[in-house]
Design a binder for this molecule. Structure first.
Ligand SMILES: Cc1cc2nc3c(=O)[nH]c(=O)nc-3n(C[C@H](O)[C@H](O)[C@H](O)COP(=O)(O)OP(=O)(O)OC[C@H]3O[C@@H](n4cnc5c(N)ncnc54)[C@H](O)[C@@H]3O)c2cc1C
Ligand code: SF4
Length: 607
């Protein structure tokens, strides 16, 4: 095994007037973590997401199709309370524009919620600290995206010792879904119950799988998931088929699938949300390229939250979006029971908005940070923090990328088509769960170079990339209150995390290695197979979750079952922070499904 270096920092200049997506590279989750000084412009430094772009005051932004009405005019679709709008359409400190709902963050959670609430006619304001990712050649350039980390956040976070690091995450319209690999899996039914692991117990969720099931189906249809029911041996029951056939395997992956099946294993077509029509390639929006997982889609064919949810939501006249709008703080009424003001930093000025309902969807790390920053007399340890759990129980999965380098070339373009869940739960080989195996997008020399792996003898980086099968392994990490988000004295994010439950993951890595040996990949491989594998380090926050867990007991959870803060009447959270356990499948579909579920609740509440 050879360790691959990881991580990458980046950033980009987003054009708030339109354009879209940008991202790290394949394996860029692996690479999204390198501890390296940022080389980028400061467009999404804390609170100022878009220094380089002139104000797009409010309303719908382009890229999404509709360009900015000003806050004042947006407010008119809401009700204005003493709103004074300055000459660039900015609300002054003394004023507040009132909405029915404010949603903070436009990723998997916030974007999906906006989409489902939009037809209600309620006045909805989306606040997003980032901008639209520009559509540009670099979207699909592995050097720009992976090696130079063009689109990652600029701000430094700190580890438990105070050391700075640069997280592999993104601030933009659509959030991290602009860069995701779009593998959209349901959690297993058993994941909703208590599950015994070697390292401890994964706790039960306060809702059963059956409660989320209809929303999983809706989310799969909305995000155009391509897949095949009945092929994944651990998949939970579903009330409807996928609407789109699975993405086909390319020959090298098909060979591997055949080999694994001969071993008695059950590889299955990975469910992915891309707009690929293989029956009609000339009309297919997706062109099946190699720069998908970790990159933004230049042709808007990836089912991300911007394309699928935010832009369609903005077609409704009652929905508005402010980009470059960093929410610095939430203020409450004197009783502390309601959020009354949302403080926004935008273009160097402070703006204030208010809403009947305020929904936080900043991603698990930033949502916790926002609540911690919002402490006041009634909430001295952070908003909604009566349980002292805000920021605690941070989870991110045990993830690793493993490259199997062989003499047999792997010319696959779109590699993320196969999953393997035979070792997801306890099995004949071990009494505890190990996890999920799939692929990252196909690596190239730039992606490998960003990870600075040890060269396999006789191979250049280019040759290694041409011959590698690039696996992605995920196992469940367990909740630990000491794994947490806090704030430094200066107010920046501090992330403390010690991995746990490692044995299952190590066994999964070993299992993959022994399987590849057994199927005699070696027939056309290096006499000595070389594997590159390393767990993703702290900066790999792609699967962040769990910092504001939901539950029935206010003493042991931050949110109630509807994802409303126990301590406040009008504060909700719909991003990955509500997870009480992390399972071992990618999180996005569960976040989307839950946002639809909470959306139904909010629609009822709004009347
Ligand atoms: C490279 C990569 C590949 C991935 N691949 C997959 C995959 O294949 N399958 C899968 O299921 N998951 C994948 N993920 C993870 C997935 O993208 C996330 O789980 C998901 O996007 C999280 O949704 P969220 O709503 O919690 O947060 P996000 O999508 O991160 O959205 C949070 C939003 O809030 C905004 N924001 C943050 N703070 C503030 C603030 N203070 N004020 C205003 N706005 C704010 C951010 O800019 C962002 O737009 C991947 C992630 C990465 C990075
Ligand atoms: S594979 Fe398809 S969806 Fe993914 S980036 Fe390429 S064109 Fe876009």
């Amino acid at each position: 095994m050879i360790d691959i270096g990881t991580g990458a920092v980046s950033d980009a200049v987003l054009d708030a007037s339109g354009g879209d997506g940008g991202a790290p590279g394949n394996g860029s989750r692996a690479l999204a973590t390198r501890n390296e000084p940022p080389r980028r412009r400061d467009w999404h430094r804390r609170g100022r997401a878009d220094r380089s772009t002139p104000a797009k005051p409010a309303g719908k932004t382009a890229g999404g199709g509709t360009e900015g009405r000003r806050p004042g005019s947006v407010g008119r679709s809401g009700s204005e309370h003493d709103a004074r709008v300055d000459d660039v359409g900015r609300l002054t400190m003394a004023t507040a524009t009132h909405y029915d709902v404010i949603i903070i963050g436009t990723g998997a959670g916030g974007g999906t919620l906006a989409y489902t609430l939009a037809p209600s006619g309620k006045r909805i304001l989306l606040l997003e600290r980032g901008a639209y990712v520009p559509r540009e050649r670099d979207n699909w350039d592995s050097r720009a995206v992976v090696r130079e980390g063009k689109y990652h956040i600029a701000e430094a976070w700190h580890d438990a010792t105070g050391e700075e690091f640069h997280a592999g995450t993104h601030y933009c319209v659509g959030g991290n879904t602009k860069f995701y690999g779009a593998a959209l899996l349901r959690m297993r039914r058993e994941d909703f119950g208590e599950l015994r692991h070697r390292g401890g117990v994964s706790p039960a969720w306060p809702i059963a799988y059956e409660e989320l099931e209809p929303y999983y189906t809706r989310a799969e249809h909305l995000y155009q998931v391509h897949g095949a029911r009945g092929t994944d041996p651990t998949e939970p029951p579903a009330s409807a088929p996928y609407l789109h056939p699975p993405v086909s395997h390319e020959p090298r992956i098909q060979d591997l699938v055949g080999d694994l099946e001969r071993l008695g294993l059950r590889p299955f077509p990975l469910p992915v949300g891309i707009m690929l029509d293989e029956r009609n390639p000339r009309r297919s929006r997706c062109i099946r390229c190699s720069t998908c997982d970790g990159y933004p889609c230049l042709v808007n064919a990836k089912a991300d939250a911007q394309v699928i949810c935010v832009d369609p939501a903005l077609e409704h006249p009652n929905v508005s979006l402010l980009t470059g709008a960093y929410v610095s703080r939430l203020e409450t009424s004197p009783s502390g029971r309601e959020v009354t003001k949302v403080h926004v930093e935008r273009q160097g000025a402070e703006e204030i908005y208010s809403a009947d309902l305020v929904v936080v969807a900043c991603g698990a790390i930033n949502s916790a940070a926002l609540l911690l920053r919002s402490f006041n007399g009634r909430h001295p340890h952070g908003l909604a923090n009566g349980s002292d759990l805000v920021g605690r129980n941070y989870m991110c999965h045990l993830n690793s990328m493993m490259l199997a380098i062989s003499r047999c070339p792997n010319p696959t373009i779109f590699q993320k088509t196969m999953g393997l869940n035979d070792f997801y739960f306890a099995c004949a080989e071990w009494d505890y769960p190990m996890g999920h195996v799939s692929f990252v997008g196909k690596t190239d020399r730039n992606v490998l170079a960003a990870g600075a792996p040890r060269l396999v003898p006789g191979f250049t980086l280019e040759l290694m990339a041409e011959h590698s099968l690039d696996f992605w392994l995920t196992s469940e990490d367990l909740l630990d209150p000491q794994n947490r988000v806090t704030l430094t004295r200066q107010g920046s994010i501090q992330l403390s995390y010690t991995a746990n439950n490692l044995e299952g993951h190590t066994r999964l890595q070993r299992k993959l290695k022994s399987m590849l040996t057994e199927i005699d990949c070696t027939e056309h491989l290096l006499p000595m197979q070389a594997y590159i594998g390393k767990r993703i380090p702290l900066a790999g926050v792609a699967h962040q979750n769990g910092t504001l867990r939901f539950g029935r007991d206010p003493k042991t959870s931050v949110l109630d079952v509807d994802c409303r803060a126990h301590d406040l009447d009008n504060l909700y959270v719909v991003d990955a922070s509500f997870f009480p356990s992390s399972s071992a499948v990618n999180p996005a579909l569960t976040i989307m499904a839950n946002a639809l579920r909470v959306g139904d609740h909010l629609r009822q509440r709004l009347g």
